[in-house]
Design a binder for this molecule. Structure first.
Ligand code: NAP
Length: 298
């Protein structure tokens, strides 16, 4: 990849902590080059919310087209935008900011990215399906909004902390047209998980070796799609178990790629281009392989 910075180069980047292992710079810069966009995507490590405010002050006056927000600032960013799209409001988190004339417009592309990945990677259409999301944090909220808009018949939120699952369901129910919701404690979710067409892991369980699976593998069966939002070179224990029983496994790389591509569509006024997902996926895969073989330090 050739680095081309001109006097007119616009900025984009990812704000979070830690972000040393983010795949976003590799996948964004690869596609900017292919699309001949005079943009550069950089890591923007921010230590705390005070520094986040300082960064936002700078981003209003520097030539940013936009930026992504990752853990732990997705929820905080909601109240720091000048305008927030309805999907991000419902999700309770912003992962993409479009900078327009120094104003911040907040979006959430995680849920749309997940639904796009499920459709393109395994042909899963959420309409009239029962879906269980394990977890009730920012990514679960974004996914839940997109499944609700995708007209699932039943959405179960299974979480360790039942209050967080109940809060998410209460926030969504106000906007629902025809979706039945259940908030349930994770340990009690067997019946719901068995009855689901799709089970999504939206917890970090499986990220570290020896983590195990977020749900007992006996609850998974062959008629299901099982999606883990986690992406890494080796499949998680949940996905290995899903494969073994004949279910259809999907990892989180397609979601990562699609949420990033949708952000570029937003920043570039999507009527003009459709960001090539394949370029982003192969750049992300290459960066992930380099990180895991120790070729680069994050
Ligand atoms: P988050 O807001 O911190 O939420 C984490 C959720 O996981 C909470 O519901 C939490 O439950 C649950 N959890 C954490 N540790 C647990 C444990 N030991 N046992 C049971 N439940 C546990 O995180 P997030 O931003 O939603 O991210 C969740 C996962 O999705 C992460 O692995 C992240 O990397 C992944 N993700 C992937 C993509 C992608 O593009 N592929 C995008 C976004 C996120 P409690 O409420 O009980 O604490």
């Amino acid at each position: 990849m050739t680095l081309r910075i001109s006097g007119r180069t616009k900025l984009a980047g990812i704000v979070g902590k830690p972000i040393g292992h983010s795949l976003s710079p590799a996948m964004h810069n690869a596609v900017y080059e292919e699309l001949e966009l005079d943009w550069a995507y950089i890591p923007l490590p921010v230590d705390d919310e005070t520094d986040l405010m300082r960064f936002l002050g700078a981003a209003r006056v520097l030539p940013f087209v936009g930026f992504n927000i990752t853990m732990p600032y997705k929820q905080a960013m909601l109240s720091m935008c000048d305008e927030v799209a309805m999907m991000a409001q419902m999700a309770g988190a912003v992962n993409t900011v479009h900078v327009v004339d120094g104003r911040f417009i907040g979006y959430n592309t995680d849920g749309r990215g997940l639904v796009e990945s499920l459709e393109t990677d395994v042909g899963f259409n959420p309409e009239s399906k029962h879906v269980t999301i394990v977890g009730a944090g920012g990514a679960a909220g974004a996914a839940a909004v997109s499944f609700m808009l995708g007209k699932v018949s039943h959405l179960t939120i299974a979480n360790r902390n039942i209050e967080k699952a109940q809060e998410l369901v209460a926030r969504l129910q106000a906007h629902s047209r025809g979706t039945e919701f259940t908030a349930i404690e994770l340990f009690a979710a067997e019946e719901h998980i068995r009855a689901s067409h799709l089970v999504v892991n939206a917890t970090p369980i499986g990220m570290q070796p020896g983590d195990g699976s977020p749900v007992p593998l006996e609850w998974i069966h062959e008629d299901q799609v099982v999606c883990d939002m986690i992406y890494k070179p080796q499949p998680t224990e949940l996905l290995v178990g899903a494969q073994e029983v004949g279910a259809t496994p999907v990892d989180g790389l397609g979601m990562l790629v699609a949420q990033g591509a949708i952000a570029i569509d937003i920043w570039s006024d999507s009527a003009q281009i459709r960001t090539p997902r394949e370029t982003m996926r192969s750049a992300a895969e290459q960066a992930m392989r380099r990180m895991h073989t120790g070729e680069v330090d994050g």
